[in-house]
Design a protein around this ligand. Structure first.
Ligand code: TYD
Length: 500
């Protein structure tokens, strides 16, 4: 083709540009053919600059009010600025500073693309190792460092190595930042958040395309005026140039943006209320203690087994604290009184669940967490699983809601082991016949049958925390199984915390 068209022989890349221009022409012809109905009032409407300005200010104000959006936007927008810097001065950097021929820039762009692909592909794996917020901040900072090192390299080959890294960290930052925003921004603000982010990123990108070229030239004039523009790094001569200095500046800006984002994200985390979602074990204290709950229907013999367990653990030299629910604190005991006194009468199921959770929140905060932090073994007579079985299943509030409520109330504190003393409910009530019935026991046989069923279902769902013991045997035989479970829990604790 070059033989027929002389221009192509001298500049073969013109063919690609001509084809590109052809596609634009085709699109323009297509769009021109579309009949767009003009609305009578709008036909004369023209670009209102005041409105553009108002929208931009609105966007900035919106971002300022929304802490996660503003934390992320700063980082992302500055990163776009740095990309603009690379696009603006990269080609000159490659040819004049690194002394490569113009095709070198193509190699740099390809290396960046490859790196970006690798970074994006490894984002899922990286998110398993590091929280997304940290991943975003550190990949931003790592990208800045890669840009800095790349701008320091003496030749194209080394520059390409660090361009791959730059691309990889940019890819990681992009995927983690985007996901973070998607996950944390409420649905009603999503459109505005991403709209503002896109508009600002584009604006900064264009500004930096112009600004960094000017900055590189200013740096170059300064170098020409004051020094020979050379220094040595590990015996290697590095020529100082305007583009190098401008790229370093871009790197520094991104490092600053990374640390600023980290500060804002920290503030966001502190001000964010812990959501009522399923995040069990999130806030387990870094303790050496051991938390064991006993569960079962009325009359399953929890009281007897807990006494035997306490004595046995003490005989092993362990520091043991026994508490009960509802109760365990003075406020808790008053709540217990209210909940179990038949005189209270019928309570709304939600009110009942909240009262049990309130007593639990108090016990967790003032008794259980402090004891675990001191390394004690805490035995609790009933805990969250009572609420799941009684309020969630038997009262019909549903396990997920009662679980969410209790995750919040306990701030995610769950037992290391739940020992469920399983007893058919008829046998349980028969055992406790000689005592006056409390408000819950007055619910009768059918209610207790639901509870017994529910316990088994929950135990099946969570084999990692449950040990089911058949309680329809004499107390000493039941305790053989309980002791075995306790010793296993103690050993597992010691394996995790060998120093204690
Ligand atoms: P309690 O006398 O401690 O029962 P038991 O001696 O059988 O262990 O009374 C607690 C009652 O409260 C019992 O009927 C179970 C019920 N309960 C719930 O309904 N939800 C809960 O979260 C808890 C802790 C107990």
């Amino acid at each position: 083709m070059g033989a027929r068209i002389p221009v192509l022989e001298a500049q073969p890349e013109s063919l690609a540009l001509i084809l590109d221009a052809g596609t634009f022409l085709f699109s323009a012809a297509m769009v021109a053919g579309i009949a767009i109905r003009t609305q009578p009032g709008r036909a004369t409407e023209h670009l209102d600059l005041a409105r553009v300005w108002r929208d931009t200010i609105d966007g900035i104000n919106f971002l300022r009010e929304d802490s996660i959006a503003s934390a992320m936007t700063g980082g992302i927008v500055i990163a776009f600025g740095a990309v603009g810097a690379v696009l603006a001065i990269g080609p000159v950097f490659v040819t004049s500073t690194l002394g490569a021929d113009p095709s070198g820039w193509g190699l740099v762009v390809t290396a960046f693309g490859v790196g970006m692909g690798l970074g994006m592909a490894s984002a899922g794996q990286a998110a398993k190792a590091l929280e997304r917020e940290l991943l975003f901040v550190w990949s931003l900072i790592a990208a800045a460092v890669a840009l800095f090192v790349l701008a320091t390299m003496p030749n194209l080959s080394w520059a390409i190595v660090f361009t791959v890294w730059l691309g990889a960290f940019c890819g990681l930052a992009w995927v983690s930042g985007y996901t973070l925003l998607q996950v944390n921004v409420a649905d009603e603000f999503r459109g505005r958040t991403f709209g503002s982010l896109t508009a600002m990123s584009r604006m900064v990108l264009f500004l930096s395309l112009a600004g960094f070229s000017a900055l590189a030239q200013a740096f170059q004039s300064l170098i020409d005026a004051v020094s020979s523009g050379q220094f040595y790094l590990g015996g290697q001569r590095i020529d100082l140039s305007g583009t190098r200095l401008a790229l370093w500046t871009a790197g520094l800006l991104v490092v600053g943006a990374g640390f600023n984002t980290r500060r804002l994200l920290k503030r966001y985390r502190l001000s964010r209320p812990v959501p009522l979602t399923l995040v069990p074990k999130l806030k387990r204290p870094p303790a050496t203690g051991l938390f064991i709950a006993f569960e079962g229907v009325e009359g399953a013999g929890k009281g007897t087994q807990i006494k035997m367990a306490e004595a046995h653990l003490r005989s092993l030299g362990l520091d043991v604290l026994v508490t009960r629910e509802p109760g365990g604190t003075s406020a808790g005991e008053q709540i217990r009184e209210l909940l179990l006194d038949p005189g209270t009468g019928k309570l709304d199921a939600r009110a009942e669940a909240l009262l049990f959770a309130a007593s639990r929140a108090q016990t967790v905060a003032s008794v259980i967490r402090p004891a675990l932090a001191e390394g004690k073994v805490v035995i609790c007579d009933r805990y969250v699983d009572s609420s799941l079985a009684y309020q969630g299943w038997a009262r019909g509030l549903g396990e997920p809601d009662v679980l969410s409520l209790n995750v919040w109330a306990t701030q995610g504190l769950f037992p290391d082991m739940v020992i469920l003393l399983h007893l058919e409910p008829e046998l349980g009530l028969a055992r406790s016949e000689d005592e006056p019935l409390d408000r819950m026991e007055l619910e009768g046989q059918q209610f207790l049958a639901k509870v017994a069923d529910a316990y088994l279902k929950i135990a099946e769902e969570h084999p990692e925390r449950f040990v089911v013991v058949d309680a329809n045997r004499d107390p000493a035989t039941v305790f053989d199984s309980v002791r075995e479970a306790l010793e296993r829990a103690v050993h597992e604790r010691d394996d995790h915390h060998p120093a204690s």
